[in-house]
Design a protein around this ligand. Structure first.
Ligand SMILES: Nc1ncnc2c1ncn2[C@@H]1O[C@H](COP(=O)(O)OP(=O)(O)O)[C@@H](O)[C@H]1O
Ligand SMILES: [Mg+2]
Length: 223
């Protein structure tokens, strides 16, 4: 068995809606192996985004623990967690989440600068070149198409050479041609930087290329 990079132990999460509590994840345990491409499947509303947010430390579970490289991150404060997350994790969102006031190059550099990386500019420029957007380095997000924005977002997720990349329906807002380009790039860059990839999707085509699939049904992993 390969090394575990991430482990979730008995995770539960519910949301309060008006005076009701909706349980979204119900006592989920799972692990991610180093280097694997894991797909989280499940219909809309099944808790895929919630699970990725918990695994990456963006949200706190109601109960349960998250271990990243055997370190329990569940109890860390946001101040402790933010730099750790920035170094270890890359995140690609369905709706890109680029910073509108920064250029493509600056968006990609941002996590590397937070990390005090003297090579931030060079790394960002190299990534832009690899996704064929080097001539758009000084464009702002509003000057880019959806597919181009997602290419920039991929570069940003990879600039710190994270151990794990989370991608939450990264092709969900793109047409099929742009979606295909993003997937090809993600797979290529992932191989080049040898990172682990955890992706939420309901695309059967994407799932078919995964090393392993976890399916969320009624707040549990259906296996
Ligand atoms: N911040 C929130 N407040 C209340 N309910 C939420 C919140 N975020 C998600 N939910 C609910 O939790 C369930 C799972 O959502 P989500 O994790 O986004 O699922 P998926 O990504 O699989 O579509 C849905 O019923 C959704 O409406
Ligand atoms: Mg979602």
């Amino acid at each position: 068995m390969a090394d575990k990079v991430l482990e979730a132990v008995e995770l539960s999460k519910s949301y309060r809606v008006d005076d009701r509590r909706i349980t979204v994840l119900d006592n989920i345990s799972m692990a991610v192996e180093k280097g694997e491409f894991l797909v989280i499947e499940g219909k809309s509303g099944s808790g895929k985004s919630t699970l990725l947010s918990l695994l990456s430390g963006l949200y706190k579970p109601d109960s349960g623990r998250i271990l990243l490289n055997d370190r329990d991150i569940t109890g860390l404060s946001e101040d402790q967690l933010a730099p750790f997350r920035n170094r270890t994790i890359g995140y690609v969102f369905q709706s890109f989440h680029l910073i509108p006031s920064l250029t493509a190059l600056e968006n990609i550099m941002f996590p590397a600068e937070l990390n005090h990386d003297p090579a931030a500019t060079a790394k960002a420029a190299e990534l832009l070149r690899r996704v064929d957007l080097h001539q758009r380095d000084d464009n702002f997000p509003h000057q880019l198409s959806g597919g181009e924005k997602q290419r920039v977002a991929l570069c940003r997720a990879l600039v710190n050479s994270p151990q794990i990349v989370f991608a939450d329906e990264p092709t969900g807002n793109l047409d099929s041609a742009n979606g295909e380009t993003i997937l090809q790039l993600l797979m290529k860059l992932r191989r080049e930087v040898a990172t682990t990839l955890v992706m939420a999707t309901h695309s059967r085509e994407i799932s078919s290329t995964a090393d392993r699939i976890l399916r969320l049904v009624d707040g549990r992993i259906d296996s």
